[in-house]
Design a protein around this ligand. Structure first.
Ligand SMILES: C=CC1=C(C)c2cc3[nH]c(cc4nc(cc5[nH]c(cc1n2)c(C)c5CCC(=O)O)C(CCC(=O)O)=C4C)c(C)c3C=C
Ligand SMILES: [Fe+2]
Ligand SMILES: [Fe+2]
Length: 356
């Protein structure tokens, strides 16, 4: 055992000082979405894709063969195609991707609803890949005196490739903190009534403005390798729960409102039916007017605006379709703010609520 000796005349006063305690009574809420490149040039896209596709939750393969393939063949070619897609949808006013703009707006809208001074709740946002990082914004909340933090992965349906990897990034950051905040993670919410109501209202409002009636409304979700679902990822089951609840709320059956999966990457089988093949088969069956909604995305992004709004539209019109409409995601709408507020408040129960 060692003792700190007090110099003569200073007995009772420690020779070191303990840092002032952080004001730990605040609650942090961190919204996290997938991520986004910093620009549309080759190197910005390459950096982003390299971080994203090196995540072993996303690509479940041995890095021994995957890394040489990724850093060699894939990242010398893919950034050109991905960069062109981002250039088409880039928010030029803010010089950033729409996903980043909408995620920031969602956080700002929640902040406006719960002023920090009166509620003690601090809302911030981060990106799983790219900037601002989860580690930086989590530390920011701690520095602002948040002794408790709720992580909000912005994915309605759970997947290890999305929800779990957001939580991983936060827990890795916590590993480096001497004084950790208490943590909660928002579970997925595939058929939470607040989310389903917000989506159904958005769909109804958008269809009412169309001026023509689609013969089919297609619910297109981001795909996943079938192998991941076979290994236990509940993503497909959660997508089905969303569709069942949305169909019920909108009074549509599976024939009028089918479910498909977009975005294959690599050669192995992904979840089916594939959105592009399904849509391309419709005119031959006499279906020429369709609308598409993407209930797995809370914000419009390259996957919705470019892949569905541009590529899929052209494909459909090119094989005999006559009308195509992509419905907007919840984005920065009042519906998005109100359903997020409901979910967050439910999850903060017991910690104190923003209005409590
Ligand atoms: C093996 C690869 C991929 C898996 C698995 C995967 C799962 C997955 N992704 C999302 C949501 C988004 N993905 C986005 C872009 C995107 N996704 C992949 C690959 C996989 N995704 C790539 C290579 C890209 C980049 C674009 C491209 O090169 O084609 C986005 C958009 C981001 C943006 O900034 O706009 C989102 C959102 C989910 C929900 C999911 C699993 C269920
Ligand atoms: Fe993806
Ligand atoms: Fe895609």
């Amino acid at each position: 055992m060692s003792y700190i000796e007090c110099p003569p005349g200073q007995a009772g006063k420690p020779s070191w000082s303990e840092p002032a305690p952080a004001q730990a009574g605040r609650i942090g809420v961190l919204l996290v979405n997938l991520g986004t490149p910093d620009g549309t040039g080759y190197w910005a896209i390459r950096r982003y894709l390299s971080e994203f596709l090196s995540d072993r939750r996303v690509i479940e393969a041995s890095p021994l063969w995957w890394q040489p393939l990724l850093q060699g063949v894939i990242l010398s070619r893919r950034p050109f195609r991905t960069g062109a897609a981002y250039r088409e949808i880039w928010n030029r006013e803010k010089d950033e991707s729409p996903l980043r703009s909408f995620t920031r707006a969602q956080a700002e809208n929640l902040r406006a609803l719960w002023p920090e001074e009166s509620t003690g709740v601090v809302v911030d946002w981060a990106m799983r890949y790219g900037q601002p990082s989860v580690a930086e914004r989590l530390q920011g909340l701690v520095d602002q005196g948040c002794g408790r933090v709720l992580l909000v992965p912005l994915y309605p349906q759970y997947s290890a490739t999305t929800t779990a990897t957001v939580n991983d990034a936060a827990f890795r950051a916590l590993m480096r903190m001497r004084r950790q905040p208490a943590i909660r993670t928002l579970p997925s919410f595939p058929d939470h009534p607040a989310y389903i109501r917000a989506m159904a209202e958005r769909i109804r409002a958008s269809l009412q403005q169309l001026g023509w009636e689609p013969e089919l409304l297609i619910g297109s979700f981001h795909g996943l390798p079938r192998r991941y679902v076979e290994a236990g990822d509940p993503y497909m089951r959660e997508c089905k729960r969303t569709m069942v609840a949305l169909r019920q709320e909108l009074g549509l059956d599976a024939e009028r409102f089918p479910m498909t999966f977009q975005s294959r990457f690599g050669r192995e089988p992904w979840l089916e039916p594939y959105t592009d093949d399904y849509v391309a088969s419709l005119p031959a069956r006499g279906i020429r007017r369709i609308a598409v909604v993407a209930p797995g995305f809370l914000s419009d992004c390259v996957e919705t605006l470019e892949e569905l709004g541009s590529e899929l539209r052209e494909e459909f019109l090119g094989v005999g379709g006559t009308r195509f409409h992509l419905l907007p995601c919840l984005n920065d709408s009042a519906g998005a703010t109100s359903f997020l507020a409901t979910l967050v408040q439910e999850e903060l129960a017991g910690w104190s609520s923003p209005h409590g």
